[in-house]
Design a protein. Structure first.
Lengths: 376, 262
């Protein structure tokens, strides 16, 4: 077992540290509340370990610089909040299309627009899914603690490299600014594999046969990178067959690795009557309620927390909904993931919303009130 | 070679000048990266046998900044059109100049958005017509090189598609310059700009480009009245200032390899 040491850390700092542990050596960003601590931590840490920190002129440039650095072979990260996340969308789509790995952190704040910059919210769930134009696959993680932030950041960086797919970390203001104990494995390698220029002679950047590693620029493998639909070598095409194949290609890799990507956690009764499905900081209130109801009082309740929001953990939700009568979906928005829950529950259970959008967390009392009504 | 450019377009000439300049600069093929934005001229990237990066509209310099910082040993040429660079990409343009990062910007200025069919750009001369300025634009144009100089660029030159040898020399000098360099390449667009403004055919437009330009050497010592209506070509400014990527790597105690490894 590697030597471990517990440290007290903020969610945003844990995100930066997780990225560094996973080999991120390039950060480009633009200041925005409540994500700025990620940039500040990176600005202190990266120069000491031979990495690059650069504050760009705007959010769009930060996203572009991160993609550029990834093409150069570096592991990269950028962090922002709602307004900046909106600005980054076009280039996020580019990275998805061109299959350039990178991690985008959105520490959500209350919107729309400038909103309440310091108030927590979970209002960007659908923007994370559909923010950029066109049919595109996305991977979105949403941690519920500082500890989870650290490990999901590590997972995001590694999966992003493996799948050549940008990954979005959807934090919320509560998780980003909260301080908690994190146990970081000392001296252990959390990196899966390094980008390599050693590839088979017949390497193609967008091989029809499936996933191929990205060979960084500057190693004598000449190819084109574009946001246009492209052939196996990256060159633009408008041929309907190739266009369709190209779009299938970027979706298929997520389907193939679905089980590695869709992460959930269930606690509670084996045959629950009432199940809570939630994510991010709302998990914390729900956990308090379920712990009390199930562990202390043996009531038939459970909590399915979603670490992965997209691709939506459909199987896991279906499975639990078959057992339950009622699925409660608390969210700090006007109802976003609930549509997806309903779509997959398919009437197997009653789906009940619990929404709060005044810039305050959903309290355990709010959840236990609504749960109690369905238990009695 | 099949390409998307119209007959009479100057993009091919500028692209050829760039390729010859890379040869003149004696760079290894594997060290060269061509970055481009969106627009007619930016499609040049896809026609060149290097590592080529065709980015989003206006953002070529921002992508290039990330790549240069990650791999400072690479030689980056950034092809942009006038609208791409000075309108949607204006912010990245001035900040790349301010940082004095070692990128070689080549701005193909045909005074119009060609790919979308002829809308006015910030480099369309006042009074000229465009589909979105059917009565002639009322907007004043940028002086792109003075904008770059003011923002902190350390090398600025202007050439044109009618004088490709000079253009090739200017791009080579820009490449050899340590810091942010910009070469503005004036180029004819007979289809989307010339026709609407009754500037004649491709040959007339080429002729006019050549006749209206005067080199910095010849312009020196001439009265302002004599230079009226003339476009000055050649190296407009050239300063020696610290380059950003080199300064950054020096500050973290890391050496920049002379050539890429592998």
């Amino acid at each position: 077992m590697p030597e471990t040491k517990p440290v007290l850390m903020q969610g945003n700092e844990a995100c930066a540290e997780g990225a560094i542990s996973a080999g991120v050596r390039f950060y480009a960003g633009y200041p925005i509340t409540p994500s700025t601590e990620v940039a500040e931590r990176m600005a202190v840490r990266l120069p000491d370990i031979g990495g690059v920190f650069i504050q760009m002129e705007d959010e769009i440039a930060s996203m572009a610089a991160v993609i550029g650095a990834s093409i150069g072979g570096m592991r990269t990260l950028t962090a922002t909040s709602g307004p900046g996340f909106s600005l980054k969308q076009e280039n996020i789509g580019y990275a998805i299309m061109a299959e350039i790995p990178c991690v985008i952190v959105n520490v959500q704040r209350m919107g729309p627009s400038t909103g309440v910059p310091t108030a927590p919210s979970q209002g960007d769930v659908m923007q994370a899914r559909w923010g950029t134009h066109g049919d595109h696959p996305v991977i979105v993680f949403s941690p519920a603690s500082v500890y989870e932030t650290y490990y999901l950041t590590v997972a995001a960086v590694n999966l992003s490299q493996k799948l050549r797919q940008p990954i979005i970390l959807l934090l919320d203001e509560v998780i980003g600014h909260m301080r908690e104990k994190v146990t970081i494995p000392k001296g252990s390698k959390l990196m899966v594999e390094k980008a390599s220029d050693k590839v088979p002679a017949d390497w193609k950047p967008y091989d029809d046969k499936g996933l191929t590693p990205l060979v960084p620029f500057g190693f004598g493998h000449y190819y084109h990178v574009t946001g246009l639909f492209h052939d196996q070598y990256g060159f633009p095409t408008g041929d309907p067959q190739q266009v369709e194949r190209s779009l299938d290609r970027i979706h298929e890799k997520l389907e193939k690795y679905r089980d590695e990507v869709a992460l959930t956690n269930y606690i509670g009764h084996k045959e629950p009557r009432v199940v809570i499905v939630t994510y991010g900081c709302t998990v914390r209130s729900a956990r308090a309620v379920v712990k009390k109801a199930y562990w202390n009082n043996r009531q038939p309740v459970g909590l399915l927390s979603l670490q992965t929001l997209w691709p939506f953990p459909d199987k896991e939700v279906q499975e639990i909904a078959k057992k339950a009568d009622v699925v409660i979906v608390p969210e700090m928005n006007m109802g976003q993931i609930i549509g997806e829950v309903e779509r997959h529950v398919k009437g197997e259970a009653e789906v009940i919303p619990l929404n709060r959008y005044d810039g305050e967390m959903i309290s355990p009392e709010q959840i236990s009130d609504i749960m109690g009504r369905w238990l009695s | 070679m099949p390409h998307i450019w119209c007959p009479g377009c100057g993009n091919g000439i500028v692209t050829a000048a760039l390729v010859r300049a890379i040869e003149r600069a004696d760079y290894d093929q594997r060290d060269v990266v061509i970055v481009s934005g969106i627009g007619c001229s930016s499609r040049a990237a896809g026609y060149l046998n290097f590592n080529t990066l065709h980015t989003t509209h206006g953002r070529a310099l921002a992508f290039a900044t990330g790549l240069k910082m990650a791999r400072p040993e690479l030689k980056l040429f950034v092809i942009m059109g006038d609208g791409d660079c000075s309108a949607i990409g204006g912010n990245h343009f001035i900040h790349s100049a301010r940082r004095n990062i070692d990128l070689n910007a080549i701005v193909v200025n045909n005074h119009i958005y060609g790919m979308t069919g002829g809308q006015h750009s910030p480099l369309t001369p006042i009074g000229k017509k465009a589909t979105t300025a059917p009565r002639g634009t009322l907007e004043r144009e940028f002086n792109l090189l003075e904008l770059a100089r003011g923002a902190g660029a350390t090398f600025g030159a202007r050439g044109n598609a009618a004088q490709p040898r000079q253009l090739e020399q200017l791009i080579t000098r820009g490449a050899n310059h340590k810091g942010f360099s910009i070469v503005e390449a004036l180029s004819p667009c007979p289809i989307a700009y010339g026709r609407r403004n009754k500037l004649g055919g491709p040959v007339d437009m080429m002729k006019e480009l050549k006749e209206n330009s005067i080199s910095t050497e010849r312009a020196a010592g001439k009265e302002e009245s004599e230079l009226k209506g003339k476009t000055i070509t050649g190296v407009i400014f050239n300063y020696d200032e610290p380059e950003y990527a080199a300064e950054y790597y020096h500050s973290i105690g890391k050496d920049i390899p002379v050539k890429s490894s592998g």
